[in-house]
Write a protein that binds this ligand. Structure first.
Ligand code: G3I
Length: 550
């Protein structure tokens, strides 16, 4: 046996050699988990117990590629306590045992949810329901409290509806909002060391629902409720656009002092797949991973399954699917490479994004105009970062605006002026695309900032629509107004479905709102408002722009 002094000397020698050797770049063939661990993050997958028991490829990829596991269904209430007091852990244990064998951390999903909860829970009275909830949390969390693999829990899941109001689930209807704080306190009592999360969908970007989540988490933490982490599910679709403010959104939550994580990432498309859709999907995956890498408080990314062979998407969204990073035959897709290269970091991207489409011009006023163009695709590895709009005017073309998405409203333009504009895309490595074809428009001679102004606010929104309320019309002049007309532009694909306090006429995407019989007269300094409701393609969070008042 070596003496301990010799052992220490050899260890020190090894350490010195290690430092003297040149550092080698990340192994391009290394599995995802190795790169993720080197970046201090996890890369995870949801696992289903059926294929875990029956498919060799499923087990071997799940074990080799991921360092974090979430049970897709096996830890939900209907699986773990199908009858009151009758606990069943065979599925949950199979997941945890697999994670232990493969040195993976487990995120428990989920303790309190309105879905996949047996009828017996839903029909209880308030006192019994609260007790059943606390007992369930105590038993399920308690079972794994001493298992070092199980590190975190989704304590409550999807407590908001699509408008960002607290969901009127049986939990809320029976117990009121207090069930949320009670659930967190019960989980803390059952495992003081576990990280406790609140989890939801459609909260990836900054919108009404994510802001409601932000406010709830801030309030709960102010009240001393042990909310440690926020989960952003990440069920995205390439046809609805990427939430370009994901990183910014993660950062605002991180500033509350919580850990953030992407918990259920999948990126569906309209089947069948093709190379273009695969490339767009890969860019989305890359962007999500890069957003998490850029935010210190982001612990990692869990993909909601890894093979298209086993995914919830086609059952729920007929005609859509292919949302994961391996195909049905366990072959890696471009999205796998995107996740891999983002985690590996340091890959050089010499390829600029594709050229944006010709800008379509709408909503031209005296001082503003909205441009929309066909989006670019970046296949080089660093991901699409955004666009710059330039004014073509000679030797040097000044930038007029930047955007992360493929539309922007130019403001501060000069009245009665001809503009030629074009767009270039940028990627994460700073490569610029070629210039799009040029678009021309001439601003109107109206005053724009004259006697009246109009501004619109989104009051509430849901996946496929929103309410603009109030659109405020203010008399900023020095004499009275006896009637007003507001013009504005709807994003492509958006349609007005109702309005109040104004008479609207719509031509294509251009809308003209005239005062109603009772609110046309405005004294200097006075204001009034109107509202309207819009239907939109699911998840398209653009809003009307180019308000002008005359
Ligand atoms: O196990 C039964 C099987 O015995 C039966 O033959 C079959 C017939 O339909 O159903 C099987 O149960 C299905 C279960 O998945 C297991 O495959 C349920 O019908 C089905 O509804 C259930 O869907 C799950 C869904 O949650 C339920 O809400 C999906 O697998 C699961 O991916 C999905 O995950 C949720 C997250 O928990 C929360 N966030 C959204 C996410 C996607 O909906």
């Amino acid at each position: 046996m070596l003496s301990s002094a010799l052992t220490r000397a050899l260890a020190l020698f090894g350490l010195i050699i290690t430092f003297l050797l040149p550092t080698t770049p990340a192994d391009a063939s290394a599995p995802l988990r190795q790169h993720a661990a080197a970046r201090g993050k996890f890369i995870g997958t949801a696992l289903a117990t059926g294929p875990l028991a029956g498919e060799t490829s499923y087990r071997s990829i799940a074990g080799a590629e991921f360092n974090q596991i979430t049970a897709e269904n096996a830890m939900k209430w209907d699986a773990t306590e199908p009858s009151q007091g009758q606990f069943a852990f065979s599925g949950a244990d199979a997941i945890v045992d697999f994670a232990v064998q493969n040195d993976q951390q487990v995120h428990g999903h989920t303790l309190v949810w309105h879905s996949q909860t047996p009828g017996w829970v839903q029909s209880l009275g308030a006192a019994q329901m609260r007790a059943a909830m606390q007992n369930h949390i105590s038993r399920v969390v308690g079972r794994y409290a001493d298992n070092p693999a199980v590190v975190s829990w989704d304590v409550v899941n999807e407590v908001f509806d699509d408008n960002g109001n607290l969901r009127t689930s049986f939990w809320y209807n029976t117990l009121g909002q207090s069930y949320i704080a009670d659930a967190f306190r019960a989980a803390r009592a059952a495992d003081p060391d576990a990280r406790l999360c609140i989890n939801d969908y459609n909260v990836e970007g900054i919108n009404a629902k994510s802001t409601a989540m932000y406010n709830l988490v801030a309030t709960l933490r102010q009240q001393g409720v042990p909310v440690d982490c926020v989960g952003f599910q990440g069920h995205l679709a390439i046809q609805y656009g990427f939430p370009n403010d994901l990183r910014q959104n993660l950062e605002r939550f991180a500033a509350l002092g919580v850990q953030v994580r992407i918990t259920e990432l999948d990126i569906r498309l309209q089947t069948p797949r093709d190379a273009t859709k695969d490339a767009t999907q890969a860019t989305y995956y890359r962007n999500v991973v890069n957003a998490c890498l850029a935010v210190t408080a982001c612990a990692g990314v869990t993909i909601w399954g890894f093979t298209d062979r086993h995914s919830w998407v086609p059952d729920t969204f007929p005609g859509q699917g292919a949302a994961l990073i391996y195909d049905e035959n366990y072959q890696k897709k471009p999205s796998y490479t995107a996740v891999h290269d983002a985690l590996a970091g340091g890959t050089t991207d010499p390829t600029p994004p594709t050229t944006p489409g010709t800008p379509a011009v709408s909503g031209v006023t005296a001082t503003s105009a909205t441009l929309t163009w066909a989006a670019s695709i970046d296949t080089g590895g660093s991901g699409l970062a955004g666009y710059t709009v330039y004014r073509e005017q000679g030797a040097t073309d000044p930038p007029l605006a930047q955007s992360t998405g493929n539309t922007v409203t130019l403001t501060g333009l000069s009245p009665n002026t001809a503009y030629q504009v074009y767009v270039r895309a940028r990627d994460g490595a700073g490569n610029q695309s070629a210039a799009s074809p040029t678009a021309s428009f001439t601003t109107t001679g109206g005053t724009g900032t004259g006697a009246c102004t109009a501004t619109g606010t989104v009051q509430t929104q849901w996946n496929t629509g929103y309410v603009m309320q109030p659109v405020t019309v203010a008399n900023t002049g020095t004499s009275g107004i006896t009637g007003w007309t507001v013009t504005f532009t709807l994003p492509a694909g958006h349609t007005v479905t109702g309005s109040w306090n104004a008479v609207l006429s719509v031509s294509g995407q251009n809308v003209t709102a005239r005062n109603a019989g009772y609110n046309g007269t405005l004294a200097p300094g006075a204001s009034t408002s109107f509202g309207f409701q819009v239907s939109r393609p699911g998840g398209d969070t653009r809003t009307p722009g180019g308000y002008d008042c005359m």
